[in-house]
Design a protein. Sequence first.
Lengths: 193, 199, 184
Amino acid sequence: MSKLALITKGFLKENPTFVLVLGMCPTLATTTSAMNGLEMGLATMFVLILSNIVISLIAPVVPDKVHIPVYIVVIATFVTLLQLLMQAYVPEVYETLGLFIPLIVVNCIVLGRAEAFANKNTVGDSALDGIGIGLGFTVSLVVIGIVREILGSGSVFGWKFIPGDGILAFVMAPGAFIVLGYLMVLFNKLAKR
Amino acid sequence: MDYLLIIISAVFVNNIVLAQFLGVCPFLGVSNKLSTATGMSGAVCFVITLATVVTYLLNRYLLVPFGLEFLQTIAFILVIASLVQMVEIILKKISPSLYQALGIFLPLITTNCAVLGVAITVVSKEFNFGSGPHMMNLAEATVYAIATSLGYGLAMVLFAGMREQLARSSVPAAFKGLPIAFITVGIMALAFLGFSGIV
Amino acid sequence: MAAKSNLLNMALSLSAVCLVCSALLGGVYAMTSGPIAEAQAAKTAASIARVLPEFSVQPELKTVEMDGVEYSYYDVPGSGIAVISSAGGFGGPLKLMVGVDDNGQIVNTVVLSHSETPGLGAKCSTDVAFIDQFKGWDPAERKLAVRKDGGDVDAITASTITSRAYTAAIASAYDVYLKVKGNE
């Protein structure tokens, strides 16, 4: 696979949200607005890239039977690192995303990439894979966030262009599922062309 | 009375899947058939309750006294992972029939964010029950964990029932599979919104 | 591919990974604990500055017990006190900082944390008309309760429970103020 394809596959062919359907919890919970989706996507990408790099480095020497615990420790370390850095330098963002930052540990995308890609590829390719999948995830979250923000609050990235309250259900839980469902339909239609 | 409030709140009002978006992946993954959904619910209920009690004690008597709260995430996930392994081994030895029923779901549970989610929520969030906002004590945390997992089971079993019907009806090609499932869950969540405000 | 497993290398690799990771985290924790404390202090200082008239002294954190519950407040001599109080809202606890000046008037209020419904109760932290009605409020003269309950507070549209909680938190903060003044 070419270097460019490694980065671009996350958008369509191996889109983590619409094709692989992984990491649904943060996808649904944090996309109440486009900005929140962007922040969550970037946070996940940070962990994904770093854990991919480290795991591709240590994979050859880790005994087979303990590879899952070792990967989990590596991932959890980077998540904790992210928590500390966010608390120190962007406390407001940390507060908005709340519980879903520590939950990156159990985001199936991260462990999934470690198992499916990083442990049998070179460091460089694994880093690119992390960037590609991370970007795909971020873009998906932003798209869902934009749709929910327009319908739910009549704004995009906080810029309000429809006066009034919007359809509240789209900011709340049901809207998340419904928007994701219809976006998947759209994605399926477009991908078939 | 307070415990009743915790139970109603955790099962209906703040349903873990439909309102808090925790454990969505396995929720979608194993809800194709009613029988697997029931099995998974049982396993999740068992692990969430056990994990919450153990991580609560770990946090209270080890992490907090030594000022190591920043290691919460890493410590909790390790406890949960080894707990799941242990449960698997013990079940295999003492109750092969229960292992048959729950066994295949157990490895999936480590990466079920509902388990870690409940464990972290219990030690980090203030709750409204009883005498004003306060942190949960062990009894409340246990009841909360059991009730939350019952809510998980309820959502899962209801949804599996609907999905069995969906599989038999004709759905436009682009909606087949997960898209229609998501939209159905959305409508279910809308129905559950009706419970909000009762506690 | 992965190395063959035996007890020795499994134990070795697990402990090596844990050792490296905890050393790394310990280091980062030591590095970030300063900025984290600063960020929290800055947030508290900004809240106090919003709820009290201008002051030049360092606010002092104190606690007082009332009805078996411990309340924290910041004492700012010459300006007033900023009380942290909370009440049960629609989605969970609603936590406020309430500034009361030396004349017993509420200066301003600010939401510290809440879990209210986005678009409805969550407006309690952004709805200027709702928040500003408490500026200069004297609870000795006007009743701290929403109009539905026979008081003088205009509730947020469609969010009576949140408005009630907000009002109740202010009322208990005012009681804390009275208790503190009574003790002096």
